[in-house]
Design a protein around this ligand. Structure first.
Ligand SMILES: Nc1ncnc2c1ncn2[C@@H]1O[C@H](COP(=O)(O)OP(=O)(O)OP(=O)(O)O)[C@@H](O)[C@H]1O
Ligand SMILES: [Mg+2]
Length: 254
């Protein structure tokens, strides 16, 4: 199993949209895929139809307080074949800290607990780099960084780069950078092309050439609780996430 953590310390850059839609494409391409929501705001969970305000299912919170720590009970099949979700809920952050105060171990979600049937695990992280994000980083093989095509977002990237660097030095030397890719890319503007060029200079081959353009269908799909490939199969966002996913699978070698 390969574990991919999707992170960027800036909020609203497209982490959740990308984690969900890349995971859904992996599933569509025949990979048994799990997506874990490490964000108490539960964006990934809602995007896949597990809205904690509408219909409560077992989440990572239940797992944390379960005596047996059985992760299986909190893993739910999605409507997309081959795709499962490990949802979050708003209490997750408090629960995590409470358990952390009681136990010596710092990380509660470990590679050994993920059922072996899954070939890929995507972890969607909150924008803050608290204990949940650190747990995901501690167990990941790869980090994948979505970058919003805005100049201000570029300036903040140094914080994410620094965190990845520190993670590799102190927490998880095994962590590799899978890549950086551009989201919210507005082809009509020159600044989007300039940003791409700057990223190309900064990251070289780590920058994926596949970009995700602005696409309102991505917003609608999230609201409908579905990945874009089932909500709007012919949308540009579906095609772009498909191309990006194929490139990522090639990099991972699966
Ligand atoms: N390519 C896109 N085109 C248009 N809207 C998008 C695109 N990608 C994401 N969005 C929208 O932008 C908003 C932020 O996206 P998303 O929730 O994926 O970001 P995030 O990085 O997970 O945010 P947070 O840091 O708050 O978790 C959402 O409303 C989403 O639907
Ligand atoms: Mg998010």
């Amino acid at each position: 199993m390969k574990i991919i953590v999707v992170l960027n310390n800036k909020g609203g850059v497209g982490k959740t949209t990308s984690a969900v839609n890349i995971a859904a494409w992996c599933a569509r391409l025949g990979k048994k895929t799990l997506i874990a929501d490490f964000d108490p705001s539960a964006g990934t969970s809602r995007h896949l139809g597990f809205d904690p305000d509408v219909n409560r299912v077992k989440t990572l919170c239940d797992y944390l307080v379960d005596e047996n720590r059985d992760l299986n009970a909190a893993i739910h099949s999605c409507s997309e074949a081959n795709l499962s979700c490990l949802p979050a809920e708003p209490a997750l952050s408090d629960f995590y800290l409470e358990v952390a105060n009681e136990e010596e171990n710092h990380f509660f979600i470990n590679r050994e607990q993920i059922p072996e049937e899954f070939e890929l695990l995507f972890c969607d992280c909150p924008p803050n780099m608290g204990p949940l994000a650190m747990n995901a980083l501690a167990i990941a093989d790869y980090a994948l960084v979505p970058v919003q095509a805005q100049f201000l977002a570029l300036a903040g990237l140094a914080v994410t780069d620094d965190l990845l660097d520190k993670t590799r030095r102190h927490l998880n030397p095994h962590l590799q950078i899978l890549g950086y890719f551009v989201t919210h890319f507005d082809r009509r503007t020159r600044s989007a092309a300039e940003i791409f060029e700057l990223l190309q200079q900064r990251y070289g081959p780590l920058l994926l050439q596949q970009v995700i353009g602005m696409n309102v269908k991505l917003v609608e799909a999230a609201r409908a609780g579905q990945p874009i490939l089932s909500y709007a199969p012919r949308a540009r966002g579906t095609q772009e996430y498909g191309e990006l996913t194929r490139a990522l699978l090639t990099r991972i070698g699966v």
